[in-house]
Design a binder for this molecule. Structure first.
Ligand code: PHE
Length: 459
C-alpha cells in the first residue's frame, strides 16, 4: 500500500511500558537467560569452538539484529498478541491474514522451548541449594560430576524442581507482566555480569586461559560443517529470543516515541557480552581440570561449581550465581509463555490467572518428556538423539529460523517502506536503508542458504 498514511494509532490492550528503559530491561530479561550461560558454552564445546563462535557472532549481527528490529516494529504497529498482530498487518500490508501462522508457530515454539527450559532451570535451582550448603567448596571434578549425575538420574528430584520453576513462572505471569519485572531485571543482569567477571579472574589464573581463548576465537574451519553452521544460527535466534514472536509481543507495549534501533542494539550487545563471558569462564576450567569440552548440556553444571569451589566465599558466590541465573531464566520463561497467555486472554476470553494456569499446566506436562530424557528414557533415541535433543533441535534449528525468515520477508518485502520507516526512522535515512537492505536481502538469503546447505543435517 505505498502512500498509505502511517497508522500509529492503535493502542495496546495491556498498557504500555513506562519508559524506553523499562522496555530495554524487559527485552534484555527475555534474551539473557540459560541460552547465554548454559547453552552457549556447551554448544561451543560440542561444535568445535572458534568456527562456531564466528558464525554465531555473524548471525547475531547480520540476521538476529535486523529480525529483532522487524519484530519490534511489527509488534508496535499491530499492538496485539503476535497472532492477531500478524493477521491485522497481513491484511493491511498484503491483503491476507494468512501471516497469522507466523504467530501460531511462535506460540507453539514458545511452549515447546519452555517445556525443556523449565527442566534445565530446575537444575539451576537445585544448584542454589547445593552451593549454599557448601557441597562444592574445594570439591574435585569427581565430586562435582557425581553431584550432577545424581541429580539428573533421579526423575523425581528433577521433576520436583521443574514443577517448582513452572509454578513460579505461572504465578508471576498470572499477576501481570510488568509488576516487578523491571526492577528484577535492573538488578539481576548487572549482578550476573559482576559475578561472571569475578569468575573470569579465577579463570584467568588457571593457567589454561590462553588455551580457552584459542579454542573460542581461533576458528578451525575444518570443523565448519553445514550442521555446525545451522546450530550457530539457531543458537543466535535462541539467545536473542527472536523468531517466535516473543519480542513482537513485547513490542506491542512499546511507547511510540522510543527508538527501536537503539533499543535493539543495546539488547544485542548485552546478550552477546554475557554469552562470551560465560564461555571465557567455562573453558579455562574445562582445560585446567581435563574435562571434555563436548560434554553436552551438563557442561556448565560441571565446570562453574569447580571454579566457584576454589574461590574464597565460593559457597556464597555460588548460591548467588545460581540464584541470579534462576532469575534470568524466570524472566526468559515469562516471555516464552506470554505469547500463548495473551492469545488465550484476547481470543478465548479467559482471565489472566486462568490463562496462565492452563498454559502452565500444559507446558509442565510436556516438560516431563525432557525430565525423563535424562534418566528413564535416556536410551530412547531417534532423529537427533533423546526426546530433549529433538525438541531442542526442532525449536532452535527449525522453528526459530523459519519464523525469523518469514518475519523479515514480511517486513522487507510485504510491508510498505512507508509503514516500516514510520516505525524505525521516519526520515528514511542511512539507518533505515541499512536495516531494509539486511531485512530484504541479506538476512532471508542467509537463512535460506543455511537451511538448504544443511538439508543433510536434518536426516
Ligand atoms: N533467549 C532466552 C535465553 O537465552 C531463551 C528464549 C528463547 C526466550 C526464545 C524467549 C524466546 O535463555
Amino acid at each position: 500500500m505505498p502512500g498509505a498514511a502511517p497508522d500509529n494509532s492503535r493502542a495496546s490492550l495491556h498498557g504500555h511500558w513506562s519508559s524506553r528503559l523499562a522496555f530495554i530491561l524487559a527485552v534484555t530479561g527475555s534474551a539473557v537467560g540459560l541460552g547465554n550461560v548454559w547453552k552457549f558454552p556447551y554448544m561451543v564445546g560440542q561444535n568445535g569452538g572458534g568456527a562456531f563462535v564466528l558464525v554465531y557472532l555473524l548471525a547475531v549481527l547480520l540476521i538476529g539484529l535486523p529480525i529483532m528490529m522487524a519484530e519490534i516494529l511489527i509488534g508496535r504497529r499491530g499492538r496485539r498478541n503476535p497472532v492477531t498482530t500478524m493477521a491485522i498487518l497481513g491484511v493491511e500490508e498484503s491483503g491476507t491474514a494468512a501471516w497469522r501462522w507466523i504467530g501460531i508457530m511462535g506460540i507453539v515454539g514458545g511452549m515447546l522451548i519452555l517445556s525443556f527450559y523449565s527442566a534445565i532451570a530446575g537444575w539451576t535451582m537445585a544448584y542454589i541449594v547445593k552451593s549454599a550448603t557448601g557441597t562444592f567448596t574445594g570439591a574435585t571434578s569427581e565430586t562435582v560430576n557425581a553431584e550432577f549425575v545424581a541429580l539428573i538420574a533421579d526423575p523425581l528430584t528433577m521433576g520436583a524442581w521443574h514443577t517448582l520453576f513452572m509454578a513460579l513462572t505461572v504465578i508471576v505471569v498470572a499477576r501481570g507482566v510488568e509488576r516487578g519485572l523491571e526492577s528484577a531485571v535492573r538488578v539481576m543482569v548487572p549482578a550476573l555480569f559482576f559475578i561472571l567477571v569475578l569468575l573470569l579472574f579465577y579463570a584467568a589464573s588457571t593457567g589454561e586461559f590462553l588455551t580457552a581463548l584459542r579454542f573460542m576465537f581461533a576458528p578451525d574451519f575444518s570443523r565448519l560443517t553445514p550442521g555446525v553452521v545451522l546450530a550457530a544460527v539457531g543458537q543466535a535466534f535462541f539467545s536473542l529470543s527472536v523468531g517466535m514472536g516473543c519480542i513482537m509481543a513485547y513490542g506491542a507495549y512499546l511507547p511510540q516515541d522510543a527508538s527501536i534501533a537503539q533499543t535493539s542494539v543495546a539488547v544485542v550487545l548485552s546478550d552477546t557480552a554475557i554469552a562470551l563471558l560465560a564461555g571465557l569462564v567455562v573453558f579455562p576450567v574445562v582445560f585446567a581440570f581435563g574435562l571434555d569440552p563436548a560434554e553436552g548440556p551438563g557442561l556448565v553444571f560441571q565446570t562453574l561449581p569447580l571454579a566457584l569451589g576454589q574461590l574464597t566465599g565460593g559457597a556464597l558466590f555460588g548460591m548467588l550465581f545460581f540464584l541470579l541465573l534462576a532469575f534470568a531464566a524466570l524472566t526468559s520463561a515469562i516471555s516464552l509463555i506470554e505469547g500463548v497467555v495473551a492469545w488465550l486472554i484476547e481470543t478465548r476470553g479467559l482471565s489472566r490467572p486462568v490463562a496462565a494456569t492452563a498454559a502452565g499446566v500444559t507446558i509442565w506436562l510436556i516438560g516431563f518428556l525432557t525430565v525423563l530424557s535424562f534418566n528413564v528414557l535416556k536410551d530412547f533415541r531417534f532423529g537427533r538423539g533423546t526426546i530433549f535433543d529433538n525438541v531442542d533441535f526442532l525449536t532452535s534449528n527449525v522453528m526459530l529460523p523459519l519464523g525469523g525468515l518469514l518475519i523479515v520477508v514480511f517486513a522487507g518485502w510485504f510491508m510498505s517502506p512507508n509503514s516500516t520507516a514510520a516505525e524505525l526512522d521516519p526520515a528514511g535515512g542511512r539507518l533505515y536503508r541499512t536495516w531494509h537492505g539486511l531485512a530484504k536481502f541479506l538476512a532471508p538469503v542467509a537463512i535460506l542458504l543455511v537451511f538448504l546447505n544443511s538439508v543433510g543435517a536434518f536426516g
